[in-house]
Structure formats: structure tokens, C-alpha cells
Write a protein that binds this ligand. Structure first.
Ligand code: 1GP
Length: 242
């Protein structure tokens, strides 16, 4: 049994790779996970906006045999809950005002979550405008926080912390044109006492140091690594071997 704990602290500088099972066949997922394993990320996240439970379960089960990294579910819907993960980010879309994503999905998910062995991590999820509509902004029927409204981002993150959430995830959305500015990350990180996750549209290896230096504790990269022959994959491998 795969049993790796997910942990994240305010001083961590960690890297997570997001895998969307919809973008992979089984063979391709095996190849891709080998490449990812070589990068030695701290976590592998699995999730997406449209995946069916059977696909996410099969992919998570396969990934558990292919990697010893903690596997973290980043669910797009409560039906994606699967036993083949080490942790679940219980996301509340605190940048939006869609009650279903603030409490409705949680109610539907609760019985399953209570029966799981995985760590359940209450996470304040904040969408930040990344320059174009993304799957998550469309599917969540919510408006992202404008990219230059740092004051709103700070108050939203602080509210999540005060409600009792264990971490904040700032996301420009998968495939965002503009990743979140390191300045906004720094301002939010300085305003909260819980760990901060940052992702969305990251395509350059330099962004990692910029975000870690700004106070991000976990950086999540998905799209850019899943594109075939990814330049970022090569850059990351080089960074790691230096
Ligand atoms: C999306 O933060 C993640 O929710 C990752 O985004 O796929 O653009 O890297 P990318």
C-alpha cells in the first residue's frame, strides 16, 4: 500500500506536478510518470475538470505503482474521489461566490471523505485572472480575482485562514496566458500564516525561484510538462542536475 504523507509548511520550497488523466492513455501515463519521477518532485497531483471517476481511479492506481511520491487528489468534482491517493485537497473556491463550490460539493463528498484513509486537507482555492478564461473559471461559473487586485487577494486568503483552512492555493488556471505575478504571491504569502500553493500557466524554470523567493511553499506545474517534447521538462532536469 502506498502510504506517503503529504506535508507542507510555511518554510517549504516544494514542487508538485499535476497530471490530468484525460490527457494520457495508460501507456503514455507510464512513460510520462517515468520522466516525472526523474525530476524528483515532492508531490504528484492528479485531477482535472472533466475526468470520470473510473478514469481517475484507474490512473491513480497505476500511478501508485509507478511512483513513490505522495499522490494528491486535486478534484474537479466530488465524484472524482478515489481511494488510490495519499491526500485530498478539499477545495473551497473562496474567490468565487458559487455556493456549490463553497459547501455543496463538500456535503456530497463528506461520507466518502470520512471513510477514506487519505489525509483530507482543507484548502482555500483562489482563482486569479490569468488573461483568458480557463476550464476552471468556466466550469466553476465564477469570476477570478483580477490580476492587479492584490488587496482583494490578501483579504480572501486571510478570510480562508480565519475560517480554518489549512492552506491557500492561488491558481491562474491550467494553461493560463499569464501566471500570477510574484509580487501578488509575496503580498499574499506575507499576509497569512498558513502555507501557500501557486500554479497556473507556469512555463519557465526561472519562475520557480521567483515564486519560492516570494514565499510560495508549493509550486504546481501541469500543462507545460504534459505537452510533448516539453522544453520545460528539459530545463527542469538541467536545474536538478546542477
Ligand atoms: C492548474 O495550477 C494548475 O490548476 C497547473 O496549471 O496546467 O497551467 O501548469 P498548468
Amino acid at each position: 500500500m502506498h502510504n506517503n504523507a503529504f506535508s507542507l509548511s510555511k518554510t517549504d520550497r516544494k514542487l508538485g506536478i499535476l497530471i490530468d488523466p484525460d490527457k494520457h492513455t495508460e501507456d503514455d501515463l507510464t512513460d510520462f510518470s517515468k520522466k516525472i519521477q526523474e525530476l524528483d518532485p515532492d508531490f504528484i497531483l492528479i485531477g482535472g475538470s472533466l475526468i470520470y471517476k473510473s478514469k481517475i481511479s484507474a490512473s491513480a492506481k497505476l500511478l501508485q505503482t509507478l511512483t513513490d511520491k505522495p499522490l494528491v487528489l486535486f478534484p474537479g468534482h466530488f465524484t472524482q474521489l478515489t481511494d488510490y491517493v495519499d491526500a485530498v485537497l478539499l477545495l473551497s473556491l473562496i474567490s468565487g461566490r458559487n455556493a456549490d463550490l463553497l459547501i455543496g460539493q463538500h456535503v456530497l463528498a463528506a461520507p466518502k471523505l470520512k471513510s477514506m484513509n487519505a489525509q483530507i486537507i482543507s484548502t482555500g482555492y483562489m482563482l486569479i485572472d490569468g488573461g483568458r478564461p480557463t476550464s476552471v473559471s468556466y466550469m466553476s461559473n465564477s469570476q477570478p480575482i483580477p490580476a492587479d487586485k492584490t488587496d482583494i487577494a490578501i483579504c480572501t486568503a486571510q478570510a480562508g485562514e480565519l475560517i480554518g483552512m489549512k492552506m491557500i492555493y492561488m491558481d491562474a488556471g491550467s494553461g493560463a496566458l499569464q501566471p500570477i505575478s510574484p509580487q501578488m504571491v509575496a503580498d499574499v504569502a506575507n499576509a497569512i500564516d498558513i502555507p501557500l500553493i501557486v500554479g497556473g500557466g507556469i512555463r519557465k524554470v526561472e519562475a520557480l525561484d521567483a515564486y519560492w523567493n516570494a514565499g510560495a511553499n508549493l509550486i504546481v506545474i501541469g500543462n507545460a510538462l504534459e505537452e510533448h517534447d516539453s522544453a520545460l521538462l528539459r530545463e527542469l532536469s538541467r536545474k536538478k542536475s546542477n
